[in-house]
Design a protein around this ligand. Sequence first.
Ligand code: SF4
Length: 366
Amino acid sequence: MRLTFPRMGNSHIPFKALFETAGVEVVTPPPSTRRTVNLGSRYAPEFACFPLKLNIGNFIEAAELGADTVVMAGGIGPCRFGYYAQVQDAILRDIGRHLDLVVLEPPCLGWAGLLRQVKKVTGGCGAGTLLKAIRLAWAKCCAVDEVERLGREARPFERVTGSVTAAVDRALQMIDSASTVAGVKSVLGKSSDMILGCSRPGAPRVRIGIVGEIFMILDGFSNLEMERRLGEMGVYVHRFLSMSDWVRSNLLPKSFAPPGEKDLIEGAKPWLNHFVGGHGVESVGGAATYARMGFDGVIQIMPFTCMPEIVAESVLRNVTRDLDVPVLTVSLDEHTGEAGLQTRLEAFVDLLSRKRALHGRGVGSR
Ligand code: SF4
């Protein structure tokens, strides 16, 4: 078996560690490029969500490198994630790529099924080895989240434009190379000095909270490096969603749900008080929470045609009205251009800076 998986941001780092430590041969999908998008868009239905198209491109490119099995998460609820795997399977068969798809359904659908699928991909590895693999992968998952967070903190104040991004990339490579949990912890300590060392003390121009669909938030390629763009404009960027949260929500029992998830769901209640699929409720709760925390604005990132985020978008207008927080919705797909996105971000940041000045709150500079 030569195993591959969808590429979502830096999630390949813990996934690779998990399966390689369990003794499985892994084919990491190459970093997404225009070719990946073109492959996915050519074979997926036009109105499929962008992550599905990108996944198809990832799988084809991994198959070209010899992958024969795909492992991916399943889903439930009123959005299309629940039948992603079936649609992708049908598309791959239609184009003659016979990859075996192994779907890890959430534990709420039954532990027996989940364990059967885990056994299918980890083969004959013993419980001790599997535990070791899970511990290393989890350490890497949390370390990646932390390095990305440090990047967001330091970027608005970097001395040399691009130096924080370069330090983050170096740190991610070091995490990828670490082979033990102790090694990951040691890399994390060094990374923190390396990333924060690129910045100087200062005040951000404005503070923006990011909400939206998790794949698009975590995958820098898909969102055209929005966090980096904003950081390099001197904007402090914060997001509640992270990769470890995604694992907790999708692959672990409810008792392991991310610590802040309940607060976001509660925070959304005055405007949206039922599950709409994906992270639609968290987007509304996140925007309301950012407004209460005094953030200057919110950016909602979503794939074009994403159902939960379309519901959230319509509700966010009421959050803006009630809590006076500007929200910019950015809907992305294979047709989105960098120049257009950059212009929209610059205009939004200018608007927030002026609003901040009007309210007598100082505006930081770069
Ligand atoms: S959350 Fe949105 S993008 Fe993700 S599967 Fe559902 S509809 Fe598609």
